[in-house]
Design a protein around this ligand. Sequence first.
Ligand SMILES: [Zn+2]
Length: 401
Amino acid sequence: MSLPPSQTVAKKPLFPLGIPLAEMHVHISLALVQRLYFQRLAEGRITSDKDFTRDKGQRYYPDLTAFHNTYEAARGLTATPEELRIVTQGYLEYIAAEGCVYAEISNSYRAGDAFTAQMEALEQAIDEARATSGIEARIMVTTLRNAGYEQAEEAATALVKAAQKHRYITGFGLVGDESVDSLLTYRRALDIAWNDAGLGISPHVGEQLVQNAVDFLDIIPAGALDVKEGDMRRIRGGHGILIHTSSELMDEYAQKGICLELPISAHKRIGIPAQTRGLRIGDTVTGQSGKSYTLDQPLRLYYNRIEDHPLTQLHARGIKLCLGSDNPLLMNTSIGKEYSLAILAGFPRAADVIEFTLNALRSANLDQVTRKRLITRVEAQKQAFAPVAQASVPEIPDGPA
Ligand SMILES: [Zn+2]
């Protein structure tokens, strides 16, 4: 029997109280906290099954298409700039209470006044959340691969002006189906975003297809992997999880210092395509530019099995990692839960957990003053947690949904 919402009980986190967290991958418009979700549900604002948050199986998706269908059904939960402000502030305050000190939140680009209104709503939410909880946040503007590279170029060009006007826009990202087109066609969009708009870059890569993570290496803007200390911009990869199948590819990401944002729940809850599931050791993946990588590591079938997640494998290869919740409502998570999952995936020591936060801050799209302030604070906390050898609370927390 499922519990009514007032009786759902949040479980305790696996990390010691006071650990500083960073949220580096969240699509903010549907990041409704539980109370707000049930309020919207009562208003008849979602077309999916009403037992969606109570029936465990409903927030697991066989593939990306099933997930996108649910996302589309839930889209009406946040319909106006004012609602976007409420959702954003609510989520930022929720994760601040979990210990989060910094969040980079994603919102999709749209043309015209609607975009301006959304950015103003996000700015207001960030300011309010900072005032009430101390959390710091910045905005990453994304465009959908399914809408094509032309829209990405249009967005990047619009951001040249918009990023001047809206001071919290510091990043540009690509989302959506990795199989619809070639990532190489987005080279110009990324160049405009990096060089003209002055934004950091983080496309979704290698979540569904290895080749996507290979192609990304070919379109990183010149000089972007060698930024000066005071530069606000960074290059990160959203997910990048499938590079674990190739030692050579992992080494390239490690050597280039590209930080991967790993939303563990997303990897547990969305199935990977048959094309990827069929990969075997010895197979070759060739990027569009012709460079080939031979797969020499077994594909980890981490769908629904946290112990199979390649988090420790990527870490051992020297790749910088940070964490994200991706879609908190649709995946029953929050950044606090993602840190707990990282512990279950093989990082039991507090010092290791804090390293995710330091990686996040070093790879954040953030002005030098704020970056230094946050890193100094987190490093001091890391010292305080040095004697804590083992996290010990044997439960995973529920997310905000
Ligand atoms: Zn995402």
